[in-house]
Write a protein that binds this ligand. Structure first.
Ligand code: ATP
Ligand code: LTN
Length: 333
């Protein structure tokens, strides 16, 4: 079975930026690569490289799992699981640290950025994070790994580690390829449209969360920053606010930017915002409904149990083989 592997960190409420930039891409890929099996996991071990509140983390893990399913992932070729429930991940992380050089980890830009933000308590796990990620991928011999542009460097390191192991032991790991979306629908903040829409932005008005009510969605779009020129066209540099709203419209309606420009060229910003609010509400309402059904159901736990069981079966086998290659433990007949 060919695998496509990806992980997402449970670090807060999901907004339409993550939905349009990442989740919808998974849904699309699942249809496109229907011969592959998708191993999609909630990367809770990655999340604790920075201190988290335990109850908050537990809640976010479940919410993220329910949200991914609610957005339309299909069950046929999917195993959805929680990383920490599959012990081979942390084991593999250690083994791969033995094949990773300090200099390589020191070059990781995400580490440098995060270390700068958390100057006081930079943990060793924040530093070795890419080895954990390499393990997540190599355990399943993933052929493809869908990630955002920001994860490209980690994936290159994963490939280097895989090649290094293969050079020493013969073809042992599949060397994975990244799948980076071409139109990386980068959704910007509604209040500061030159910055990315982010779940960590202190201003709640800057984003639309997937679980926001219809009223809130409309309010957020009405108050979105635009310009005073009042002519309707896409220009990211001079009209970042309007261009961001056009991007959201284009992504949700699945039509080109030009088609949106054409459709609304004669209406006021105010009327366009109302039309956009209708479109966002119409798209999010069924997802929200499905989410609320799932979060209360036994179905979600059953899906996660099944996912963890399948992932454990494959990863335990691969880890045991790697132990054996390295000469660890005893030889079994
Ligand atoms: P934060 O929103 O706090 O900056 P983040 O960017 O790390 O967090 P993640 O949860 O790691 O968010 O994002 C998961 C995926 O969604 C990543 O692949 C990321 O590229 C994508 N993504 C997140 N925000 C946006 C956005 N505003 N537009 C497009 N894609 C996004
Ligand atoms: N580091 C990634 C999440 C992640 C991941 C992975 C993605 C952890 N393990 C394995 C792809 C494959 C992030 O922060 N977005």
């Amino acid at each position: 079975m060919k695998h496509i592997v990806s992980g997402i960190q449970p670090t807060g409420s999901i907004n339409i930026g993550t939905y349009l930039g990442s989740i919808r891409n998974f849904v699309r890929l699942q249809r496109e690569y229907d011969e592959h099996h998708f191993m999609l996991f909630i990367a809770d071990l990655h999340a604790i490289t920075i201190p988290r509140d335990r109850l908050e983390l537990r809640k976010t893990i479940k919410e993220l799992a329910a949200m991914y399913l609610a957005c339309g992932l299909r069950q046929e070729n999917l195993s959805l699981f929680i990383q920490s429930e599959v012990p081979a991940h942390s084991h593999m992380s250690y083994l791969l640290q033995c094949f990773t050089y300090m200099g390589e980890l020191e070059r990781m830009t995400q580490f440098k950025d995060k270390a700068q933000k958390h100057e006081k308590g930079v943990t060793a796990s924040l530093f070795t994070y890419p080895a954990l990620m390499a393990g997540d991928i190599l355990l399943y011999d993933a052929e493809y790994v869908p990630v955002g542009e920001d994860q490209k460097q980690h994936l290159e390191l994963t490939r280097d580690i895989a090649i290094r192991v293969n050079n020493r032991f013969g073809e042992f790991f599949t060397v994975p390829k990244p799948l980076i979306p071409k139109v990386g629908a980068r959704i910007m903040s509604l209040t500061e449209p030159t910055a990315k829409m982010s779940k960590s932005d202190a201003n709640v008005k800057s984003r639309i969360n997937m679980l926001d009510t219809d009223d809130i969605i409309r309010k957020r779009i009405r108050s979105a920053v635009t310009d005073s020129e009042a002519s309707f066209y896409y220009d990211k540099t001079n009209k970042p606010g309007l261009s961001n709203l056009i991007t959201i419209y284009s992504a949700l309606a699945d039509i080109s930017i030009e088609a949106v420009e054409q459709k609304y060229k004669d209406v006021s910003y105010k009327d366009f915002k109302e039309a956009l609010a209708d479109l966002v509400i119409e798209n999010l309402r069924p997802i929200r409904q499905r989410y609320h059904e799932l979060i209360q159901s036994k179905e979600l736990d059953a899906i996660l149990d099944e996912g963890a069981a399948y992932a454990s079966k494959i990863s335990n086998k691969k880890a045991a083989k790697f132990n054996h290659k390295l000469g660890l433990g005893r030889k079994r007949k």
